[in-house]
Design a protein around this ligand. Sequence first.
Ligand SMILES: [Zn+2]
Length: 134
Amino acid sequence: MTDNELIELAKTALKNSYSPYSRFKVGAALLCQDGSVFLGCNIENASFGAANCAERTAFFKAISGGKKQFSKIAVVGTGSGEITEFTPPCGICRQVMAEFCDDDFEVVLTDGKTIESFKLSDLLPCSFTKFNIK
Ligand SMILES: [Zn+2]
């Protein structure tokens, strides 16, 4: 699956965003190593701390479906309806990625014009992981 195809799936997921408070919609498409794809959107809540990001929605759907090996995730976001900026994952989502993914796991972003891919190890250097707990 190409980065562009994964971005298009993330745009599909974005349409299901529940974001009445921030009005910032986010969609994610997570590619598993077996080729399956799980979609996620941000889901907000009147109790703000109960909100969940699109990336973690996709990860938790995949993990609860028995997947544990991942290749890359595409993430898109917009507050206007048009994608004009990169929407990088927040720190909590990066930490969840670090739990299940290798350093070369890719995060694919777009600003609507270009697509760029980032390695997880570049987005979360010197991370605290399961290898630190022994
Ligand atoms: Zn997040």
